[in-house]
Write a protein that binds this ligand. Structure first.
Ligand code: UDP
Ligand code: MG
Length: 323
């Protein structure tokens, strides 16, 4: 087959209900584009019929390729695998649940053809409700203040990457990935396309709150030293305050003024408050240390079990991100 010009890539995890409609929607749009293309799906250890459905679709649509990971490695790892295995000159990264509308693909491609190398799909609205929505909004507002590095507002993994950006991202060795940050970090000429984030077509969200929490942490910790600096600031203020207090009481004592033994409540509040603050500080340092440990272990971000480009012979059992 000819080398594709555009790769559409998406991770799939237990998407048996929705994956076929995603494939059909993407296929219909790409057939109108008159460019060589491929649709690469990374199966992130699904326990349902997702891979079987993808295989059936490939029999009808030769542009489909798939990569099967050895277990569930999580969204960011699966997307990382998808970007590594994409062969196109432009790679459109998206979720397979139709929350990232395939109808936006032509606009992304047009922006790429106009010379942009990293085209972000920017959400003008999102369909999530309740706690999940509040969580996302809180994170995005807080995130802008928390990072040292400008990352565009309201962007996620949905984007188009030029081959040049893809190569750079593939060479980043880090494991705890926050892809929207990395898209901007690599630089190149950025473009934006607006869209309203739809509801999932089928199934339930596969990203649990726990995973989203880790993802948010990865985002802040891998793009900022501010949390640590904030702690330093609080520590400094506490130290200065305690020095002034000490000076006050010492002077009183030296001048012979009786210090009555009251203030038990104050003591309890101070001791427990400071204790809590110190534990939080240690935990935060621990988060950085845990991430350093993860990076040092140098395990691959994912393991490929099998893939459609090489169906007879399974590929080597592991792939490293870094050369
Ligand atoms: N996904 C994945 N591995 C996971 C969780 C999710 O590959 O461990 C895929 C999922 O199939 C979907 C995309 O990542 O295509 C986004 O997942 P989801 O819709 O659950 O996340 P949200 O929209 O809440 O960010
Ligand atoms: Mg989703």
């Amino acid at each position: 087959m000819n080398k594709p010009t555009v790769s559409i890539v998406a991770p799939v995890y237990n998407e048996e209900q929705g994956v076929r409609s995603f494939i059909d929607a993407a296929t219909e749009i790409m057939r109108k584009q008159e460019l060589p293309w491929e649709l690469l799906l990374v199966n992130d250890g699904s326990t349902d019929r997702t891979l079987e459905i993808v295989g059936q679709a490939k029999a009808e649509i030769p542009e489909i390729e798939w990569v099967d990971l050895s277990r569930n490695f999580g969204h960011q790892a699966a997307v990382t695998a998808a970007i590594v295995h994409a062969r196109g000159d432009a790679v459109v990264v998206m979720d397979a649940d139709m929350q990232d509308p395939p109808s936006l693909i032509p606009e992304l491609i047009a922006s790429w053809q106009a010379g942009h190398q990293v085209v972000f799909a920017r959400r003008s609205d999102r369909s999530e409700k309740g706690l999940r929505r509040a969580g996302f909004e809180l994170f995005h507002t807080f995130f802008r203040y928390a990072i040292d590095f400008p990352i565009p507002k309201d962007v996620g993994v949905f984007c188009l990457l030029d081959r040049a950006a893809v190569e750079e991202i593939n060479h980043l060795p880090e494991r705890n990935r926050f892809l929207p940050g990395l898209y901007s970090w690599v630089g190149f000429k950025q473009g934006f396309v607006e869209y309203a984030r739809d509801d999932r077509v089928a199934g339930t969200p596969k990203q649990t709150f726990k995973r989203l929490f880790k993802y948010a942490f990865d985002g802040v910790l891998s793009f900022s030293y501010k949390p640590i600096r904030l702690l330093g600031g609080i520590g400094l203020i506490t130290a200065i305050a305690s020095f002034l207090l000490a000076l006050y009481f010492l002077t009183k004592r030296l001048m012979g003024i009786e210090v009555a033994f009251t203030g038990f409540t104050t003591l309890v509040i101070l001791v427990s408050g400071l204790g809590g603050l110190i534990l939080v500080a240690i935990a935060l340092v621990g988060e950085y240390v845990a991430r350093i440990y993860d990076e040092v272990k140098n395990r691959p971000a994912y393991i490929v079990k099998n893939q459609s480009q090489n169906p007879v012979q399974p590929v080597e059992s592991s792939e490293r991100q870094a050369p």
